[in-house]
Ligand binder design. Structure first.
Ligand SMILES: C[S@@+](CC[C@H](N)C(=O)[O-])C[C@H]1O[C@@H](n2cnc3c(N)ncnc32)[C@H](O)[C@@H]1O
Length: 424
């Protein structure tokens, strides 16, 4: 069973004035109380320093512990602080996960380890790699598509004073995470679960990471996770929110094709925990991003009518034509997107108001679609009826297994073709 305990408890440790001073200088928090300093240090250590993989640390957890054991200064300040039990367990496990020496965890020593690691900045500066994703989901852009999107967006920078970025169907935020940062950024999706998950990671990365770290990697946890995520929590309690979204993520991450239905995870606990290293990177990337949880067309109209955006890149990755029902898994109320024409009209309005919209579609039919009588020709015809001869540009991108994606734009972008004849 996965165990998530996040109740806050009172703790006290003995520290030297030198240690506390070190923290004050490090966090430039001269007016903070001693308890607050310790809390901040533990959170920072969990998020930024306790990278699981040795390759990302200049010093192993064991080396830190050995270093701390040589400290001799007298620890005459007693500091009281409040923190979630889970965070304290996590920290003690991290620095004492050593069956050979069978050391008994002491909170004071673990905190001194945190202080040493935080002040020395032992974790190497890390960045999201193109392969990094929060979790897999249907329709997610792969590395080839992300590269194409990035160079296509960048090809507009020299021509126009781009000021912001918005996505109408962001899914797991996979695209934004790999694009250049803009001054103003919006992400929208109508899935309560996906936006709730992104908000949790943005606001409570360390509690979220601790909750996932504590989960046992097993089918039992998966079954438990499915059980716990049948309904969104109705209470305002932070504990239930973190628990719900930790289980929601676990269920999706460890399931076949990311749908959350069937357990399928064969990697080790080390690999699972290593994956958690990206949580704080994602959290930092989302820091100034506004997250919205509404219908895409409604949100698009809000952007141009209410916010009157101008010089924005708007990326639109809607459910693909004829596979709209595949995204039902992301919503509780089973509604299926059916607004491709309304979306095209919105794109044209955005263009009129001085924005640059990119739209992605898959134009090849998969085997299962062909079995239902849906062909690539039908998809292309539908796209022609929506976008051909209306001043759009496009580029085709081959993908694995003979699949092809089209990237459409309201403007002439890198290596694009004018869409004035039907698709080949
Ligand atoms: C193709 S996926 C987006 C994938 C994303 N670009 C990525 O690379 O991970 C489409 C998304 O549209 C969302 N969606 C479906 N209908 C919607 C609607 N009417 N309004 C907003 N979002 C919708 C689904 O929840 C899903 O996350």
């Amino acid at each position: 069973m996965g165990i998530i305990k996040l109740e806050k408890g009172k703790f006290s440790i003995r520290a030297s004035p030198r240690t506390l001073n070190q923290l004050r200088v490090h966090f430039e928090a001269y007016s903070s109380s001693e308890g607050e300093l310790i809390q901040t240090c533990i959170m920072d250590a969990i998020l930024n320093q306790m990278f699981y993989s040795k390759s990302k640390r200049k010093r192993t957890a064991e080396e830190t512990r050995k270093l701390v054991s040589t400290y001799t200064e007298s620890r005459d300040c007693v500091v009281h602080f409040r923190l979630e039990h889970a965070a304290v367990d996590f920290m003690c496990d991290f620095y004492f996960d050593d069956s050979h020496y069978n050391l008994k965890p002491s909170i004071t020593t673990a905190i001194l380890c945190c202080v040493a690691d935080v002040c020395d900045v032992v974790a190497l500066d890390d960045q999201l790699a193109p392969k990094d994703k929060l979790m897999y989901m249907i329709g997610q852009k792969n590395e080839t598509m992300l590269k194409l999107l990035k160079e296509s967006f960048q090809s507009l920078y020299p021509k126009y004073p781009i000021k912001g970025y918005a996505e109408l169907f962001c899914g797991t935020a996979n695209v934004l995470l790999h694009m250049d940062k803009m001054n103003v950024e919006y992400l929208n999706d109508n899935s309560d679960d996906l936006i709730g998950l992104l908000r949790t990671i943005k606001e409570y990365p360390y509690l979220f990471k601790v909750a996932l770290w504590q989960m046992e990697l097993s089918k039992d946890t998966f079954i438990n996770a499915k059980e716990h995520t049948k309904e969104l929590p109705t209470t305002e309690s932070l504990h239930s929110k973190i628990e719900y979204f930790a289980y929601f993520w676990f269920k999706r991450y460890t399931s076949l094709r990311g749908t959350g239905h069937t357990f399928s995870y064969s990697n080790s606990l080390v690999a699972y925990r290593e994956h958690l290293d990206i949580i704080n990177l994602i959290s930092k990337r989302l820091e100034n991003v506004t997250l919205k949880n509404t219908d895409a067309i409604y949100f698009g109209n809000y952007l141009h009518k209410e916010l009157k955006i101008k010089n924005f890149i708007v990326y639109i990755d809607s459910p693909y034509i004829f596979t709209e029902s595949y995204y039902k898994i992301n919503r509780k109320d089973n509604s299926v997107f059916n607004g491709h024409l309304r979306l095209r009209n919105l794109v044209e309005k955005l263009r009129e108001n001085g924005n640059y919209a990119f739209v992605s579609y898959r134009i090849t039919a998969s085997e299962s679609m062909k079995n239902k009588g849906i062909t690539s020709e039908k998809i292309c015809k539908r796209l022609d009826s929506l976008y051909c001869n209306r001043g759009f540009y496009y580029r085709l991108q081959p993908l694995p297994k003979g699949q092809i994606e089209i990237l459409l734009c309201t403007d002439n972008f890198h290596n694009s073709i004018k869409y004035d004849t039907p698709l080949p």
